[in-house]
Ligand binder design. Sequence first.
Ligand code: SAM
Length: 219
Amino acid sequence: MGEYEEQRRRLVELLVEEGALFDEYAQRAMLRVPREEFVPEHLRHMAYIDEPLPIGHGQTISAPSMVAIMTSHLKARPGHKVLEIGTGSGYQAAILAEIVGDEGHVYTVERIPELAETARRNLERTGYAKRVTVIVGDGSQGYREKAPYDRIIVTASSPDIPRPLIEQLKPGGILVIPVGDRYMQRLYIVYKDKHGSLRIEKGVYCLFVPLIGKYGWTA
Ligand code: SAM
């Protein structure tokens, strides 16, 4: 077993033990996706420390425990069409691509073109590019072109749940999003039932970079 593979296995074990990784599909995906391929080269040795890391342009790749918690709540499954807002490094998109398989697809929206380009390259190198479409734009408006989605995940913080995302979620779908002010947020897990009614469960407190756009923060 390679050095990173061993570190990955140990981190996943720890996340399961801590209760952060409580969905078996999420667990399998985190065991398979090489996080070291999604962090800047000079930070590779820190890929399996449970910390967010800088990826340039003032943005971060989220801590593995946060990816574990969000992916576990999201309950993505093979064949699902998933929308991610905030591509960043492409790591979370790769985790989702690993879960949805060849029958599903991941659409991921990033507002900073340079990050979208790096994410595309990371996804290409790790073999996930076919299952992921990276779009440059304002994800607070969702991505109407391919709506509705089985699952939607937002990896930047929002003052409220953007209305277009609720509209673009299928009945029976789940949306995971950090909601709060600039300095503290709470993970909202939004369930849309088959009649279109919403139920919101509040999860852990967290701190994300802001979702900047029409239905997020202004700057
Ligand atoms: N999921 C990413 C990963 O796996 O590396 C980490 C995402 S990072 C915490 C948040 C990202 O959201 C940043 O790359 C930021 O540029 C992006 N972002 C902020 N506002 C956005 C918007 N309105 N639409 C799309 N992306 C946005």
